[in-house]
Structure formats: C-alpha cells, structure tokens
Design a protein around this ligand. Structure first.
Ligand code: 5GP
Length: 201
C-alpha cells in the first residue's frame, strides 16, 4: 500500500488508496460548476457519473452527465446491489454506482460524489473515511435569485427553496461547510479540504 511505511497519518488504512469526497448542497447553489472546475484543476480527482431515472435535459449526454436509466432498470440494479447509495429526490431516483467509485479509488484517484443530502448520509454510514462537504449559498436571498435565474416557474422555485431549507438545516452532519460566494474562492476552499483528506495535486 502506498505510503504504508511512512509512519505518519494513514487515514485510509485497510481501504482503497484513493479518497472519497462527498459534495452536497441545495440546487441553485452552483455545486455543479464548482465540482467541474475542481476536476479541471486536479488530475488526481475524478467525478463519479451517477445514475438517474430523470429525463436528460437539453445538452446532457448519457454516460457523461448521468447514466439515464428507466425505472425497471434502476430497480433491478438496486436489487443487484450495484449502488453504493441511492435516494429519491424531487420524485426521481438518483444513485452512485459502485463501479464508478471502486475502480478509480483502487488506482489511487480521489472520487468526488456530487449528491444530495440523503445520499451523503448513506455514504457517511457505509464509508467511514469519506469526507462530507456542504456547499452553502452566501444568503437565502442569493439562493432565491440563483434559482429564479434558471427560468423555472415560481412553483418549481418554491419547491426547490423548500428542499434547500431542509438540506441546509442538516449542515451539522457534514465535516465542512463551504460558502459559494465566488467560484474560484469556493474551489480553492475545496482544494484545501482535498489536500487535508490526503489527495495530492
Ligand atoms: P439534477 O436533477 O438537478 O441533476 O440533480 C438533482 C439532485 O440530485 C442534486 O442535488 C444532485 O446533487 C443529486 N444527485 C445527483 N446524482 C446523485 C446520486 O448519485 N445520488 C444522490 N443521492 N443524489 C444525486
């Protein structure tokens, strides 16, 4: 195992050499943007492609943005034990495939999961070495402005704000909270967390 003889901190003794970092946060907080930017800055970081039963949005590609599965396939894959975690969000199912995580971690890469709070909780229970980060908005007013800027109707905005409040109320379940005030600032804060978690740039 890499560095096993180094004597110092061995945060993942017995586990795969690559780390696992969960990044959660309400819709509209900009976590997708910061996660993409983080992955482009760091060669040692990989973002897991999740599976979902929701429809692709314009421009989204199967196998790149998500693995888009129908309901029956998603259910079959739950029953086969293929998911490290899964959750229902806004009436659709989303899940992290073990296959997207295990191989890269064995090769020493740090896996980033961009998932919602219920999934983060499952990771906390199953993967004790995982580092959980909640990306939070500078204020609720700013979050509301970002949600409205997506062009959704007011009912959708109100529903998303309600989910956001629920998620933000669970902030103490996370190891770190990072405010997404500016994208570069937020990404730098995430990089510092990765470095503490053992990833090497
Ligand atoms: P969206 O439909 O906007 O792409 O994603 C909706 C929510 O599902 C976001 O909060 C996103 O982080 C979350 N999500 C995406 N993939 C997964 C996953 O694999 N597991 C869980 N639990 N949540 C996910």
């Amino acid at each position: 195992m890499t560095g096993a003889d180094a004597g110092g901190d061995a945060p993942r003794a017995g586990g795969p050499p690559g780390g696992l970092v969960v990044i959660s946060g309400p819709g509209g907080v900009g976590k997708g943007t910061v996660v993409r930017e983080l992955a482009s800055r760091r060669d040692d970081v990989e973002v897991a492609v999740s599976a979902t039963t929701r429809e692709p949005r314009p421009g989204e590609r199967d196998g790149v943005d998500y693995h888009f599965l129908d309901d029956a396939t998603f259910t079959a894959r739950i029953e086969s034990g293929d998911f490290l975690e899964w959750a229902e969000f806004n009436g659709r199912r989303y899940g992290t495939l073990r296959s997207a995580v295990d191989g890269p971690r064995e090769q020493g890469r740090t896996l980033v999961l961009e998932i919602e709070v219920q999934g983060a909780r499952q990771i906390r229970q199953r993967e004790s070495e995982a580092v959980l980060v909640l990306v939070v908005p500078p204020s609720e007013e700013e979050l509301l402005a970002r949600l409205r800027a997506r062009g959704d109707d007011e009912e959708t905005v109100a529903r998303r704000l309600e989910i956001a409040r629920w998620e933000l109320a669970r902030a103490d379940e996370f190891d770190y909270q990072v405010v997404n005030d500016t994208v570069p600032g937020c990404v730098s804060a995430l990089e510092a967390i990765l470095d503490r978690a053992g990833a090497t740039g």
